[in-house]
Design a protein around this ligand. Structure first.
Ligand code: MGD
Ligand code: MGD
Ligand code: SF4
Ligand code: MO
Length: 674
C-alpha cells in the first residue's frame, strides 16, 4: 500500500485546526499541522497530534455489544438494532415519548451528521427528555444573553484587530483554546494582540497560563467576580460610559445603576479579597481603552454567580458601547445556520421558559434541554426509562457520580454511541460503535459560531472504518426502519453515504454542499452590527438590568462574606494533554493541586496521597503543589474516572435556581493526608 497524505481538520475540540494525516493502508501514521490552513495557520496542539494513537487505541469499540443475561457481549448490527428498536417501542408505548431520553456530549457535537441525527431523533420521537453538556458547562451564557439581548447563547468575541482591551474572566485559553470562542494558537494570538497594542487583563483565582501572559491579573475569591464587575460598571456610569450610545441603544440604565450602587471600591475590595489598587488599575485600563471585549469561560459559568457574572460582562460591554461594535466585541452568527438571516423571535425579559422535568419541576428547561442534574431523579421516578447517549461519557461528566451512576444502571435501556470502552459503556445495555473522526466525511456545523471568522470546512473520510463501526445517521436510520419511524424523510437510506447526508443537511441552508466539498474551506469576514439591529428593532434596546437577574443578585448577598470562605474551595481547571475524558493516557496526571501555604497548613507534602472530601463523597489522588493558585482554592481536574472522578464530590442538589446548572466551581471541600 502506498503512503498517502490527506488534509482534514481535527475534531477533538471545537477549534477545528487544519491537519495533514499520513496513512499507510489502514494504519494512521502521523497527524501534523496544515501550514497552509488560513485559520489555524500551521497550529495544532499535542491532542490533535495524538490522533493516530487515539484511532488505534487498544480499548476501542469496533463491534456492536449487547447486554444479555447481565453480560455485555459482541453481537451483530441486526441483533443489536432489532433488540433496541423493540425495547424503545415498548417504552414509548408504556411511558410515552418522555420515557426515552437523549444525551449529547463532546463525541456528538463535533460530528456534524451525528448532531443532526440527534435532532432528528428528538423531534421525530417528540420526547422532551433532552440532555446535553450545556447544563454542565455554560448554560449561564445562554440564559443571560437571552435576557439581555433577546437571543439565546450569544457569544461575543473580540474584534481582534481593533479591540484595545480584552478582559478574560474565568477562562484559560492558553490551555483550553476556550470552549465558546475558539482560539487557535492561543499563545501566539495573545502575543500578536499585545504587539498590536491590545491590553490583556485576566480575572482568575489562579495565575493561569493566560494570566501569566497578560498585562494585568486580578485573583479574586472564587465566585466573587461580579463584585469587581459591578464596581467597574458603577464607576463607568459615573465617568467613562458611552452616554450617547446608551441613550440610543439601551434600556434599564437606572435599574442597573441602582443595582450596582453597593459595589463601592471598598466593598468590592473586601468581598473579592483583592487590593483596592488592583481594582483602580483595572478601572483605569478600561477607561483608557474606551471599548473592550469581555470573554468568559467555565470559571464563570460553573460558579454560583454564573448568571450574574455573565450579565455584568454583557452590561460592561454595553455601558462602554462595545457590544457588537467595531473595536469591541462581535458575535459570529455561524456560516451555515446564519442566525443573522433567521427571523428570530425576541426572548422576553425573563428568557424563554420551559417547565422542568416532572421530578424536578424547579429545574427549568433551557434551549430545548432539561438540566443534567435532574437525570437521577427522573430515573428514580420512573419517568426516564431509556437513554440514548450520543458521544458522552456520563460517568465522568455528570454530577454526583455515586447517585447518578447507580441511577443509570437502573435504566431499562442505556444505548451508548462511542468509539471506545468507558465506565459508561461498561453499564450500557447496547453499545453502538460509531465512526471516529478519521473515518467519516464531516463538516463544521453547529460549532462554527465559535470561530474567529465565518468559516465552513469539509473533510472527506481519511481511512475506512475499523471493524463494524457505522455513522450515526446510519445507526439512527436503521433503528427508525425497525421502529416504523422515518427519521430522515426524503433521504434514501439504502443509497446514502456520509456525503449525501451532509448534502441533505445543507438543503435548507445558503451553503451549497458541492461547492463546499470542492473548496474544502470557505471563509467570510466578521459580521458586526447584526445583533445591534435585532436588539434595536425587536427588543427596544439592550436590557441592561433584567428583573430575574436583579432578583438573583439580591439572593446572592447571603453568600457574601467579608471574612471569605472558611473551608477550601474546589475550582475547575483544564489540563493540557487531555480533553475531558479523552486522551488521559497522553501525559497528564490526576493530581489534586493546592497552594503551598494550604498544603503546609494541612501538614501534607507534595507527592503524598491525599483525600479530598465534600458532603457527597471523596476522591484520593496525589498532591501537587501549585502556587499559581490563590490560597484557599484547590483543583481536582475532571475527566478522570472511577476512584479518581471529581464528580464524586459534586452535588445534583447544588444547582442554579434559574438554569439548573451544577455548582462545579465554588464547592466547599476539605483535604487530608492519606
Ligand atoms: N466536575 C466537573 N465536571 C465536568 C466538568 C468540569 O469542569 N468539572 N466539565 C464539564 C464540561 S464543560 C463538559 S463539556 C463535559 C464533557 O463531558 P463529555 O461530553 O462526556 O466529554 P468527553 O469526555 O470529551 O467525550 C465524551 C465521549 O465521546 C467519545 N467520543 C470521542 N470521539 C467520538 C466520536 O467520534 N464518536 C462518538 N460516538 N463518540 C466519540 C469519547 O470516547 C467519550 O467517551 O464534562 C462536564 N463535567
Ligand atoms: N486541554 C484541554 N482543553 C479543553 C478541554 C480539556 O479538558 N482540556 N475541555 C474543553 C471544554 S469541554 C471546555 S468547556 C473548555 C473550557 O475552557 P475554559 O473555560 O477556558 O476552561 P479552563 O481552562 O478550565 O479555565 C477556567 C478558568 O477559570 C478559573 N476559575 C475557576 N473558578 C473561577 C471563578 O470563580 N472566577 C474566575 N474568574 N475564574 C475562575 C480557573 O482557575 C481556570 O483558569 O475547554 C475545552 N478545551
Ligand atoms: S486545539 Fe488541539 S484538539 Fe483542538 S482542534 Fe486544534 S489540534 Fe485539535
Ligand atoms: Mo465543555
Amino acid at each position: 500500500m502506498a503512503i498517502t497524505e490527506t488534509k482534514s481538520f481535527c475534531r477533538i475540540c471545537g477549534s477545528a485546526c487544519g491537519i495533514v494525516v499520513t496513512v499507510d493502508g489502514e494504519q494512521v501514521l502521523q497527524v501534523r499541522a496544515d501550514r497552509d490552513h488560513p485559520v489555524s495557520r500551521g497550529y495544532t496542539c499535542p491532542k490533535g497530534r495524538a490522533l493516530p494513537q487515539d484511532h488505534h487505541r487498544d480499548d476501542r469499540v469496533d463491534v456492536p455489544l449487547i447486554r444479555e443475561n447481565g453480560t455485555l457481549r459482541p453481537t451483530t448490527w441486526d441483533h443489536v438494532l432489532d433488540d433496541l428498536a423493540t425495547r424503545l417501542t415498548a417504552i414509548i408505548a408504556d411511558a410515552g415519548p418522555r420515557g426515552v431520553g437523549t444525551f449529547i456530549g463532546g463525541g456528538g457535537f463535533l460530528d456534524a451528521s451525528g448532531f443532526f441525527s440527534l435532532i432528528a431523533f428528538l423531534r421525530t420521537i417528540g420526547t422532551p427528555s433532552a440532555y446535553s453538556d450545556m447544563t454542565i458547562d455554560s448554560v449561564a451564557k445562554v440564559v443571560a444573553a437571552e435576557m439581555v439581548t433577546g437571543i439565546s447563547g450569544l457569544e461575543p468575541r473580540a474584534d481582534l484587530d481593533r479591540t484595545p482591551l480584552v478582559l478574560f474572566v474565568g477562562t484559560n485559553p492558553v490551555i483550553s483554546h476556550a470552549r465558546t470562542l475558539q482560539m487557535h494558537s492561543p499563545t501566539a494570538a495573545l502575543r500578536e494582540m499585545r504587539g498590536r497594542g491590545t491590553a490583556i487583563w485576566v480575572i482568575d483565582p489562579r495565575r493561569s497560563e493566560t494570566a501569566q501572559r497578560a498585562d494585568g491579573h486580578i485573583a479574586p475569591r472564587p465566585g466573587m467576580d461580579y463584585v469587581i464587575l459591578g464596581y467597574l460598571i458603577r464607576e463607568l456610569l459615573v465617568e467613562g460610559a458611552d452616554r450617547d450610545y446608551l441613550a440610543r441603544h439601551a434600556q434599564g440604565e437606572d435599574r442597573l445603576r441602582a443595582t450596582v450602587e453597593r459595589f463601592t471600591l471598598e466593598r468590592a475590595s473586601v468581598l473579592a479579597g483583592v487590593p483596592q489598587a488592583e481594582l483602580l488599575a483595572l478601572l483605569a485600563a478600561v477607561r483608557k481603552a474606551g471599548r473592550l471585549s469581555v470573554e468568559t469561560g467555565t470559571g464563570v459559568t460553573m460558579q454560583r454567580a454564573g448568571n450574574i457574572t455573565q450579565w455584568f460582562c454583557l452590561a460592561l460591554m454595553i455601558v462602554t458601547g462595545s457590544l457588537d461594535r467595531e473595536g469591541g466585541a462581535w458575535v459570529n452568527p455561524g456560516r451555515i445556520m446564519r442566525k443573522d438571516r433567521m427571523d428570530l423571535p425576541a426572548a422576553p425579559e425573563a428568557g424563554w421558559n420551559r417547565p422542568g422535568p416532572a421530578s424536578r419541576p424547579e429545574l427549568r428547561g433551557t434551549a430545548g434541554d432539561y438540566p443534567c442534574a435532574a437525570i437521577p431523579d427522573e430515573i428514580a421516578a420512573g419517568h426516564l426509562r431509556a437513554m440514548a447517549v450520543f458521544g458522552g461519557n456520563l460517568e465522568t461528566c455528570l454530577p454526583e457520580t455515586g447517585r447518578t451512576y447507580e441511577a443509570l444502571r437502573q435504566l431499562d435501556v442505556l444505548a451508548v454511541f462511542d468509539v471506545r470502552h468507558t465506565r459508561t459503556t461498561d453499564i450500557a445495555t447496547h453499545v453502538l460503535p460509531t465512526k471516529d473522526q478519521l473515518e467519516r466525511a464531516d463538516m463544521t456545523f453547529v460549532t462554527d459560531s465559535a470561530f474567529p471568522l465565518l468559516v465552513s470546512q469539509y473533510t472527506p473520510a481519511v481511512v475506512a472504518p475499523l471493524g463494524e463501526r457505522r455513522a450515526y445517521w446510519w445507526i439512527v436510520g436503521q433503528l427508525g426502519k425497525r421502529m416504523g419511524i422515518d427519521f430522515f424523510p426524503g433521504l434514501d437510506l439504502d443509497a446514502a453515504t456520509d456525503d449525501t447526508v451532509l448534502a441533505y443537511m445543507l438543503a435548507s441552508s445558503d451553503v451549497d454542499f458541492a461547492e463546499l466539498k470542492a473548496q474544502r474551506l470557505a471563509i467570510d469576514p466578521p459580521l458586526i452590527g447584526w445583533v445591534q439591529r435585532f436588539v434595536d428593532e425587536k427588543v427596544g434596546g439592550w436590557r441592561l438590568a433584567p428583573q430575574p437577574l436583579v432578583d438573583q443578585l439580591g439572593e446572592l448577598q447571603a453568600f457574601e462574606s467579608e471574612a471569605g470562605p472558611q473551608s477550601l474551595i474546589l475550582i475547575p481547571r483544564r489540563q493540557k494533554y487531555h480533553e475531558n475524558s479523552k486522551l488521559l493516557e497522553l501525559r497528564d496526571k490526576p493530581y489534586v493541586f493546592m497552594a503551598g501555604v494550604d498544603a503546609r497548613a494541612a501538614g501534607i507534602e507534595e507527592g503524598a496521597t491525599v483525600t479530598a472530601r465534600s458532603a457527597n463523597g471523596e476522591v484520593r489522588r496525589v498532591l501537587k503543589i501549585d502556587d499559581t493558585l490563590r490560597a484557599g482554592c484547590i483543583n481536582v481536574p475532571h475527566g478522570w474516572s472511577d476512584e479518581l472522578n471529581v464528580n464524586r464530590l459534586t452535588d445534583t442538589r447544588e444547582v442554579d435556581a434559574i438554569t439548573g446548572m451544577v455548582l462545579y466551581s465554588g464547592l466547599e471541600v476539605s483535604v487530608a493526608p492519606g
